[in-house]
Write a protein that binds this ligand. Structure first.
Ligand code: FES
Ligand code: MG
Length: 579
């Protein structure tokens, strides 16, 4: 397709800023001279914005100041003109109350920064959880040619000769510490060994899930999501991406040419096969809706039922991490393995088809990337539930929980806030049994606010000491993609806005039935109606600032938690500024 379609220099978007012989353009050209650039450096060349989500508090992107140089090198080699622009970093570790509160802020910033500047194409540098969907959502709406450069996973963790996985092993060793099984010095050893290099979490957490989704959707160079941050291959990926975006501009290859029903479906299938994070549901739906693709929970559940999980990467897999996955062939090899389930005719940023990008991909270790005949789990990573507790859906990751909870009935123990739960959980006399269902509410998009990753509620100390390491937990929050256990998440509508979860009482019997995708409370409709009349909404969280905008416009989890006004059409403005 890209052979015929070539734009000319006067059709460059940036030419609107620089070409006319008028006072405005005079101003733009004189300011480029102020920046030290001669006309021939940038005129008639694609101006490539490099949106860099670096900050000194984003440990996963600490290599970006170096990597951006590789991207610029590539852009220059291909005859483009690179300009670096900072974008909100939204790191996962330090941002409170939760990075999710700011995903949409990054999406807005990305969109507005692209639209308001003389950019012909963009390289999006992200990877730490929310940065991927945030950048991609904004760039989809901005609509200029874009290529995503994933930060790449960090190296494997190590402590005392044992491999450590981001997140997953932190939770695991924390439970052992609470049970009194590990010493202070061992705990310090885990702390120092679990994050050894730049790069994103190296389990199949949200970061690796979202970059894999972006890769499968065709928005990165083929297989880019698997290349470790510290590998010299990642530097080459930077310059390759820089070279490619320049040609994408001349080919006028836009997100709308790449993101289609079929490419979104491919991304969802790949997510299920990799053992994706539960967060994939929210972000994939949000990205799809930005592109005008209607993807819902039922679509995802259907793909989950029919796609085996074949990446043996923690936390859904047992043994391996992203570095092993890369050496086993990476995402291209995984996609090759499930090629007949994918629509390989989809166009990617290369201008070629997904199928062409998979040519020559080989699985080098079939314990890491399993054949379909020997999957890690017979279905996909996620199951989507419905029932009187979650009429608009909820999600569970069956592959990462003890199968005895697939069908479970037990009494609820309900907490209205995270702080209340945190205190209770350490009470060794707490009235709990392994059948108890821990419930946390007011932790959803509005209630949290921002749906914090609280959903892997800690196992009560009383049960930890008896040797229990899993139990059924339910909330309207999310959980980290590196978490595991029988955790039902994203209950919608959330309790803060009066969803049925708000009506649940301690002692009510909850019934989970994963094979039939049901989650119910065994309480009569009359009784629920009575409780509904008594329910009062908790006080507003914000009266000003971004939090206020957020609470006015955030949508529920099943809609992807985008702002309602960002999903509308532009109207007469058509999205391009007057210059
Ligand atoms: Fe950045 Fe996990 S904290 S990817
Ligand atoms: Mg995470």
């Amino acid at each position: 397709m890209s052979e015929q379609k070539r734009i000319t220099p006067d059709q460059l978007r940036s030419a609107r800023w620089f070409a006319p012989d008028d006072l405005r353009s005079f101003g733009h050209r004189s300011r480029m001279m102020q920046l030290g650039y001669a006309d021939e450096e940038y005129r008639d060349r694609p101006i490539i914005g490099i949106l860099n989500t670096w900050s000194e508090l984003n440990s996963c992107h600490s290599h970006f100041p170096e990597r951006v140089k590789d991207v610029k090198r590539g852009v220059l080699q291909a005859g483009g003109f690179p300009v670096e622009l900072p974008a909100l970093s939204v790191d996962e570790s330090f941002t409170k109350p939760t990075s999710m509160l700011y995903r949409n802020m990054l999406a807005m910033e990305t969109e507005e920064m692209i639209r308001s500047h003389p950019l012909d194409g963009v390289v999006l540098m992200g990877g730490c959880d929310k940065t991927t969907p945030g950048l991609v959502m904004g760039a989809i709406t901005a609509g200029v040619p874009m290529i995503f450069l994933p930060a790449g996973p960090m190296l494997r963790g190590n402590f005392a000769g044992k491999t450590l996985g981001s997140g997953s092993d932190a939770w695991k060793y924390w439970d052992e510490r609470r049970a009194g099984n590990i010493s202070d010095s061992e705990w310090l050893g885990v702390q120092g060994g679990i994050a050894r290099s730049a790069g994103t979490c190296m389990t199949m957490g949200t970061a690796s899930t979202m970059t894999a989704i972006t890769d499968a959707m065709g928005l990165t160079l083929p297989g880019a999501s698997s290349v470790p941050a510290a590998d010299s291959g990642h530097q080459r990926l930077g310059s390759d991406s820089g070279r490619r975006i320049v040609d994408m501009v001349w080919e006028d290859l836009k997100p709308a040419d790449i993101i289609t029903d079929a490419s979104v479906r491919n991304a969802a299938i790949v997510a299920m096969a990799t053992g994706c994070s539960t967060n994939a549901v929210v972000h994939l739906i949000a990205m799809a809706r930005r592109a005008g693709v209607d993807l819902d929970l039922d679509d995802l559940d259907a793909l989950g039922r029919s796609t085996p999980l074949i990446a043996n990467v923690r936390p859904s897999g047992k043994d391996y991490l992203m570095e092993d996955f890369y050496f086993a062939g990476g995402l291209r090899a995984l996609m090759k393995q499930i090629e007949e389930r994918l629509d390989t005719s989809c166009i990617t940023v290369t201008g070629k088809t997904l199928g062409e990008g998979l040519e020559g991909a080989v699985v080098y270790n079939d314990d890491v990337i399993r054949p379909l005949s020997n999957p890690v789990y017979h279905e996909g990573s996620l199951a989507l539930l419905r029932g009187n507790l979650c009429p608009d859906g909820a999600v569970i990751k069956p592959a990462a929980c003890d199968p005895k909870y697939y069908e479970h009935e037990g009494p609820a123990l309900v907490f209205d806030s995270y702080s209340e739960m945190k205190v209770a959980i350490d009470d060794e006399n707490l009235d709990v049994t392994p059948a108890t269902v821990l419930v946390l509410r007011n932790a959803g998009p509005q209630g949290g606010p921002g749906m914090p990753e609280w959903g892997m509620l800690p196992i009560p100390k009383a049960l930890i000491k008896q040797g229990h390491r899993d139990m059924l937990r339910i909330s309207d929050s999310r959980m980290s993609g590196t978490s595991y256990g029988a955790c039902v998440l994203h209950v919608a509508p959330e309790s803060y806005v009066g969803g049925p979860l708000a009506l649940l009482k301690t002692g009510d019997i909850i019934k989970l039935d994963v094979p039939n995708r049901r989650l119910d409370m065994l309480v009569s409709e009359e009784e629920l109606e009575r409780r509904r009349t008594e329910w009062k909404q908790p006080p507003a969280r914000f009266h000003r600032g971004y939090g206020y905008i957020f609470s006015q416009h955030i949508q529920q989890a099943d809609k992807g938690c985008d702002f309602d006004f960002l999903e509308r059409d532009f109207g007469p403005a058509a999205g391009e500024p007057d210059i």
